[in-house]
Design a protein around this ligand. Structure first.
Ligand code: 13P
Length: 339
């Protein structure tokens, strides 16, 4: 492993005023997004949509450090035959790849999930590297709630096996000279308040870093992609922007070693503007040991999807909408955004 090189890539992923575009929706997820705008999800429409984003030159070169791709996309070419990875590289951004293969029910833990994809990962990684990927992503999903038998979710079992899988993935990536994005996502689907989110996320992050250490992952050669401290969507006790920012920063300072080169949040179903406002408020607090930036999927893409609506004549409008969100999040990444 060349740790200096991994660290250099990781730092480029969180360069000042830049963040990641998560465009790695699985075929099932992108179909849901396309259904919402009345677009049939085909190999071609998925390609056209993503080509539109990657050709938004201003956004891609000034606000986006890297793009997380889905397996189908990394092998696709633009309409004119240029590989999509080349469009990303030409804009000065780094291609990355989602390598997990989604989730399965976790045996003995009703209602909980384990992320799959470790088998054959060692063989897949060099092929992605050769195609241009310099970082990867693996998402573990932790829910907050109650099981059908009324036991609390998450169980320690789910936290532990998902942390173990994240660390197995991270170690394999580093051996293949690929920077792992370690994403233990605590969902915001429930009716829990912000303090319950902090409690669960703290346990999840602590267990994840414990496993990373056990498996000898070099923390200087990874990026953490966490959820923010936030109340569940169904909670009637929503926290304001400053409370989210203060509690998230405090939680991360308690759990994330300073040697981690950067933290790039997921948006997780927050509104576009909330995702921007929360990130900005955290960076305004300042004095943090790591850069805090975005690795947003929905919060960067909901607006361009709506503006594009699958029509070639709307490509410019789609790119403008994407550029706007990218620019707002770039400002938030340096704590200089104003509502
Ligand atoms: P969202 O920002 O839509 O949560 O997606 C980010 C991501 O990559 C989830 O794995």
């Amino acid at each position: 492993m060349n740790l200096a090189n991994l660290n250099k890539i990781a730092r480029a992923m969180v360069a000042p005023g830049k963040g990641l575009l998560a465009a790695d929706e699985s075929s099932g997820t992108i179909k849901k997004r396309f259904d919402a705008i009345g677009v049939a999800s085909t190999e071609e429409s998925r390609r056209d949509y993503r080509e539109m984003l990657f050709r938004a030159r201003e956004a891609m070169s000034s606000a986006i450090s890297g793009v997380i791709l889905y397996d189908e996309t990394i092998w696709q070419d633009a309409k004119d035959g240029t590989p999509l990875v080349k469009l990303i590289q030409d804009a000065g951004a780094i291609p990355g790849i989602k390598v997990d293969e989604g989730t399965q029910p976790l045996p003995n833990c009703p209602g909980e999930l384990i992320t799959t994809g470790l088998d054959k990962l060692a063989e897949r990684l060099p092929k992605y590297y050769e195609r241009g990927a310099r970082f990867a992503k693996w998402r573990a999903v932790i829910d907050i709630g109650k099981s059908s038998s009324n036991s609390p979710i998450p169980s320690m079992t789910a936290i532990s096996v998902n942390a173990h899988a994240l660390a197995r993935y991270a170690a394999l990536c580093q051996a293949a000279q690929i920077v792992p994005i370690v994403e233990p996502e605590v969902l915001m689907d429930g009716d829990h308040d912000i303090d319950r989110c902090v409690e669960v996320t703290t346990r999840v992050l602590n267990k994840t870093f414990q496993e990373l250490r056990v498996q000898r992952v070099a923390l200087e050669g990874m990026i953490l992609k966490p959820n923010m401290a936030i109340a569940g969507k169904k909670s009637n006790k929503q926290a304001g922007v400053s409370e989210v920012a203060e509690k998230t920063v405090r939680m991360l300072k308690n759990c994330v070693p300073a040697s981690v080169p950067g933290i790039a949040f997921l948006s997780g179903g927050q509104s576009d503007e909330d995702a921007t406002a929360h990130l900005d408020a955290m960076n305004k607090i300042g004095g943090l040991p790591w850069p805090l930036t975005f690795s947003y999927g929905r919060a960067l893409q909901a607006a361009p999807q709506k503006a594009w609506a699958g029509k070639a004549e709307n490509i410019q409008a789609g790119q403008n909408a994407f550029t706007h969100r990218a620019r707002m999040n770039s400002l938030a990444a340096s704590g200089t955004w104003t509502a």
